[in-house]
Design a binder for this molecule. Structure first.
Ligand code: GRF
Length: 234
């Protein structure tokens, strides 16, 4: 009998506080077979988050862990425990309106990602699309990045650009950025789960890309030295 070992799917934990369209885009990518992963748990800190209801409708393990009036460290400890219990490999913040405590970040080293609606480091924090409009930026976009202890700050995995049009208001611009967010997030998660990324200081690099660059560098220096040898021989 031939034994085929199928590697287990990597488990995602999604944290959200609101609409949940990025969560839905990730869930849709998985369903369509574009992303090889499974959503092990969806956690909301707000009972009224439409994303929580959407996760329930999809039959996912959806949990409410309310944060209102609670000490950050205590709430975070509960969220970390739920994520650990679900054995997640990657934590995806998808409109999660809470700054994570250092203990939370340390519990999942290089395993927490976030999406932000601007080209970081421009316009971190709230209302990034309005910030870009008010500043008069001609190009903005979205960023998927690893999460560290500072707001919208960790190493950048992927960015997509969106032009700011003359007739834009915050709604039209946000809608075009959101469209890019939905593809960027799944793409970035796929890259991480492929195991092909490494973080060197702040730079997130493709391992394969680097080894290909090294071998093509080696090939071109081999060509150069063989050319030098043959011109010496002439
Ligand atoms: C998105 O614009 C995301 O970049 C930001 O919060 C918003 C969440 O939207 N972090 P949704 O809840 O995923 O629809």
């Amino acid at each position: 009998m031939i034994q085929i070992n199928v590697p287990p799917l990597k488990k995602l934990g999604i944290l959200l506080s609101g609409r949940g369209s990025n969560f839905e885009a990730i869930a849709d990518s998985i369903k369509a077979g574009r992303l090889q992963a499974e959503i092990a748990i969806v956690i909301s800190n707000r009972a009224d988050a439409p994303g929580l209801e959407s996760a329930r409708r999809r039959g996912l393990n959806a949990q409410l862990i309310p944060s209102k009036g609670r000490v950050r460290e205590e709430h975070d400890a509960e969220v970390v425990a739920a994520l650990k219990h679900a054995q997640v490999d990657l934590v995806c913040l998808a409109g999660y309106m809470r700054l994570l405590s250092p203990e939370f970040v340390r519990a999942f080293p290089d395993q927490i990602v976030n999406i932000h609606p601007s080209l970081l480091p421009a316009f971190p924090g709230m209302d990034a699309q309005k910030q870009a409009l008010d500043y008069g930026a001609k190009i903005t976009g979205c960023t998927v990045h690893f999460v560290d202890e500072h707001l919208d700050h960790g190493p950048i995995i992927l960015q997509k650009t969106v032009p700011v049009l003359e007739g834009d208001d915050v709604h039209t611009l946000s809608a075009r950025i959101l469209e890019q967010e939905h593809s960027a997030y799944s793409e970035a998660i796929g890259l991480i789960l492929s195991g092909d990324l490494e973080v060197a200081d702040r730079r997130v690099l493709r391992k394969r890309g680097r080894s290909e660059a090294r071998s093509s560098e080696a090939r071109s220096s081999e060509v150069k030295s063989s050319e030098a040898r043959s011109s010496e021989e002439r």
